[in-house]
Ligand binder design. Structure first.
Ligand SMILES: NC(=O)c1ccc[n+]([C@@H]2O[C@H](COP(=O)([O-])OP(=O)(O)OC[C@H]3O[C@@H](n4cnc5c(N)ncnc54)[C@H](OP(=O)(O)O)[C@@H]3O)[C@@H](O)[C@H]2O)c1
Length: 312
């Protein structure tokens, strides 16, 4: 299959492209920079230099390459995430998700592309009616989350809907929190560095339930998404875990001191209400549909093993 990867040079794209080639696919990677294009060519992909906001060029490159499938891994997030700057970060990310996806869909339809695979997130679910269990794909999104998170959630919901109703075979992959090389949760990543300085505390009672996924498992699910039944899938590991549980393990794997605890008011003062409320309300996601329908089994079934391998 010929696969056009938008976001081919990002945290997931970099690891996805060689795996697609190993699986026998012909890959065209899109990037804005000639240096990243060279890196893509070096691993055996073709590369196109293109800004997704230039819709005419996007149409042209998709028409010229005539892929069978487009995989959209576009994001615009910083390597270091300062909670007080969330509004700025999310407005850039919302734009690339919304306008970027619109432009890719226009190009896909014009060029007769069959399948569209979209990066989404498994941490935007509503805390309402979650019943203390990890939530499945039919659970509603957290549309009334405090700003600026609410707008990010609404954007993602809208983008998913656009793709689902595009007339193409739509596969939506709601990834958990990425950890592993090149992510925030790497030893040199943002969370790794903050954890070492004891600047990433357990918030409140630490009850917010995170669902993680190792980037290589996310990549594996993405390769499978090219031939699987269209649908929406939580791509998360088998062990959703509250902050109070995973954070001490992450710190130990890093050989850092135990994380501090921040009572809710102190956390709000430092980071703002939105990220604190979002974190406290995370419920974790259920991966049984992805296992069943994608035939996917995470190699890192739990972050307990994954953190030690990644952070040692
Ligand atoms: N589920 C999760 O936990 C999750 C999800 C996403 C991101 N993150 C985190 O966010 C951090 C950043 O990683 P990332 O991979 O998202 O970011 P990144 O490394 O900056 O990659 C973003 C990708 O999107 C492309 N892109 C962005 N704007 C574009 C535009 N206007 N036109 C064309 N291409 C464009 C970039 O291409 P060029 O720059 O080459 O042009 C790049 O390939 C990481 O630490 C990662 O862990 C986490």
């Amino acid at each position: 299959m010929k696969v056009f990867v938008a976001g081919a040079s990002g945290a997931i794209g970099r690891r996805l492209v060689p795996k697609l080639i190993d699986a026998g696919h012909e890959v065209v990677g899109m990037t804005r920079s000639e240096a990243n294009a060279e890196a893509l060519r070096a691993v055996g992909a073709s590369a196109v230099v293109c800004d997704v906001y230039d819709v005419d060029r996007v149409k042209r490159v998709v028409q010229q390459t005539k892929p069978d499938a487009i995989v959209n891994q576009l994001t615009d997030l910083p390597q270091s995430l300062k909670p007080r700057k969330l509004k700025e970060y999310y407005s850039a990310n919302n734009k690339v998700r919304q306008v970027g996806t619109e432009n890719l869909l226009v190009a896909a339809r014009a060029a007769g592309v069959k399948r569209f695979v979209l990066q989404s997130s498994a941490y935007w679910y509503s805390p309402a009616t979650a019943n203390g269990h990890p939530v499945g794909e039919n659970h509603p999104f957290y549309l009334d989350a405090p700003e600026p998170i609410g707008t990010a959630v609404k954007t993602m919901e809208h983008v998913e809907r656009m793709v689902r109703h595009s007339g193409l075979e739509a596969v939506i992959l709601r990834y958990g929190m990425f950890y592993g090389p090149g992510t925030w949760y790497d030893a040199d990543g943002d969370v790794g560095q903050q954890m070492r300085k004891r600047m990433y505390p357990i918030v409140g009672k630490g009850q917010g339930v995170f669902s993680f996924v190792h980037v290589d498992d996310a990549v594996d699910a993405t390769v499978k998404a090219l031939t699987a039944k269209p649908g929406t899938y939580n791509v998360v590991d088998d062990e959703p875990a509250p902050m109070a549980e995973w954070m001490p393990v992450f710190a130990e794997a890093l050989k850092a001191k135990k994380p501090m605890k921040a009572p809710r008011p102190m956390a709000i003062l430092a980071a703002g209400k939105a990220p604190v409320q979002w974190m406290e309300n995370l419920k974790g996601a259920d991966n049984s549909r992805a296992k069943r329908e994608l035939g996917w089994q995470p190699e890192y079934a739990t972050w307990r093993r994954g953190f030690y391998e990644v952070l040692r």
